[in-house]
Design a protein around this ligand. Structure first.
Ligand code: M6P
Ligand code: ZN
Length: 193
């Protein structure tokens, strides 16, 4: 007999993207993303205030990390910038690189930036109702380019795992910044393969 998981549902709040009954909520502050923003001086200047950049509401943290199991969560990114760079998530590859992921836009306006280990970048716009596929082997980060919260639902294999190292070290080859009041995607001057 297989080991059965008891089915369940959770309400996703479509006004703000939270899961009010989530058993686990991660809060990510600027200090958790130290060194990831391109303007180091702007980042240092904001560190004393240490703003909350985003929350991850985990619907199913107890689902075992076994082949075939799924987990899901919502992420709520608050609006703001470090220097000219919009608030974003840490970004990761899956430790188990062959695992894909689905994102579904819930609230606000964001970008999903993806990158291969070889440095190919692909950027998709995420708004409420947009479903995005993160294929296997693509690193991924989400960015709030709007003036309110940006939130999305993520569904992923429970055994995908997280590799934060490569992105923490090298970042993405493109940066998403605001210039003269408009969103712009520019090359990351510090990026190298
Ligand atoms: C999505 C999913 C989660 C991830 C979260 C925040 O909800 O991909 O697995 O934890 O975004 O991203 P990160 O872990 O890179 O900070
Ligand atoms: Zn992922």
């Amino acid at each position: 007999m297989p080991e059965y998981i008891t089915p369940f549902t959770r309400q996703v709040d479509l006004q703000n993207g939270t899961i009010p009954t989530a058993p686990l909520v991660h809060k990510r502050y600027l200090s958790d993303l130290k060194g990831l923003f391109h303007d180091a001086a702007a980042e240092a200047a904001m560190m004393a205030a240490n703003p909350l950049l985003y929350e991850v509401h985990e619907a199913s943290p107890d689902i075992p990390m076994d082949d075939g199991q799924l987990r899901y969560s919502t992420t709520v990114i608050f609006p703001g910038k470090v220097g000219d760079e919009y608030f974003f998530t840490k970004g990761h590859y899956h430790a188990n690189g062959s695992r894909a992921e689905i994102y579904y836009g819930l609230v606000g306006e964001g970008l999903l930036i993806m990158q291969t280990r070889e440095g190919e970048v692909n950027i998709q716009r995420m708004t409420p109702g947009v479903a995005a596929l993160v294929p296997p082997y693509w690193g991924h980060r989400t960015i709030n380019i709007g003036t309110g919260n940006f939130a999305f639902l993520a569904v992923y294999p429970a055994d995908a795992g997280y590799d934060y190292g490569a992105i923490a070290e090298k970042g993405f080859a493109s940066l998403v910044v605001e210039r003269a009041g408009k969103m712009e995607v520019i090359p990351n001057p510090l990026w190298q393969r």
